[in-house]
Unconditional design. Structure first.
Length: 303
């Protein structure tokens, strides 16, 4: 057996599975390692190719192993699944990763930096809080509707309901009901304040990132979308064209019939979603965004 040249690493919370082969493809390492001793184990190995299935923690281990001189490549788990030969377990998963990482047609996921992961945490945390605030708003609307108090849709309508709850002189709400509704109202306002704090952090990160500022100059892309793109995309060379990037973002027309000719041009009627009015919403001019050219179904000439 020769010296290990390629390793498939199946990561977990505490115990990792290592599968290593030499240049001829013969298995030279097959063992389980605790997370505490993993860096020590790889520090004793010569520089080699390490394959890992992409997940949030994989970026951390990818950075750490790269500092030890190894070449680390992350792969989407769905692409690795085709190389699984037997029943799914840690050892077989590591073997499949080891084989998949050497395939010339394999697509890899660039390793994110700590700054990128921090920005993604901001966005995901904000998204979670927005969902929780929406749940509280729906709960307030439902409870007050039982008492015959109904307001307009949207956040402005919720603000009106909060005013009614805070008004002790409003006799439509019984005192006991007002007490429990006030609990929900306080939680709603507290979450709103936390979302505002996260918005400030996102905006500060946007101002400090040149790539994010340049993206925000594109009509239709504001700071919140720009920061999310910079945090999510480590290597822009992943996309062969602007059309592929637009498709990845989701700026594509509705996929009706196209006569076999798919068009991924962005639809001018779609606006970038914005948050709480703190980001400027911009629509890209229709002249700069061609519509999808599908087959004409009407009779006669349209020229």
């Amino acid at each position: 057996m020769g010296e290990v040249s390629t390793i498939g690493l199946d990561i977990a919370k505490a115990v990792f599975q290592v599968h290593g082969v030499d240049g001829a493809g013969a298995v030279v390492i097959r063992k389980r390692i605790s997370g505490v001793k993993m860096l020590e184990f790889f520090a004793d190995l010569p520089p080699c190719l390490v394959g890992i299935e992409a997940c949030p923690s994989a970026h951390h281990w990818g950075r750490e192993l790269a500092l030890l001189g190894h070449t680390v490549k992350l792969m989407p788990p769905s692409y690795v699944k085709a190389y699984l030969k037997r029943s799914k377990n840690d050892a077989n998963d590591a073997a499949a990763i080891c084989e998949a990482v050497t395939r010339p047609s394999m697509r890899f996921v660039p390793i994110k930096t700590k700054e990128q992961q921090t920005a993604l945490m901001l966005h995901r945390t904000r998204q979670l809080l927005v969902r929780q605030r929406t749940m509280l708003s729906n709960a307030l609307r439902g409870h007050l509707a039982e008492l015959g108090v109904v307001s307009a849709k949207g956040r402005n309508g919720t603000v009106e309901l909060l005013k009614i709850i805070a008004d002790a002189e409003d006799r439509r709400i019984p005192p006991a009901a007002r007490g429990i509704l006030d609990v929900l109202a306080r939680q709603y306002n507290a979450i709103g304040a936390e979302i505002g704090s996260i918005d400030k952090n996102i905006l500060a990160w946007h101002r400090s990132c040149e790539a994010s500022r340049r993206l925000a100059e594109i009509p239709g892309i504001g700071p919140i979308v720009a920061t999310a793109l910079v945090a999510e995309i480590s290597d822009w060379r992943t996309f062969s064209s602007g059309r592929n990037l637009a498709a990845w973002i989701g700026l594509v027309p509705k996929q009706h019939t196209t006569g076999g000719k798919d068009s991924l041009a962005a639809s001018p009627s779609r606006a970038i979603d914005t948050c709480d009015g703190c980001w400027s919403s911009a629509r890209r001019p229709s002249s700069a965004m061609p519509r999808s050219t599908g087959p004409r179904t009407g009779r006669g000439s349209h020229d």
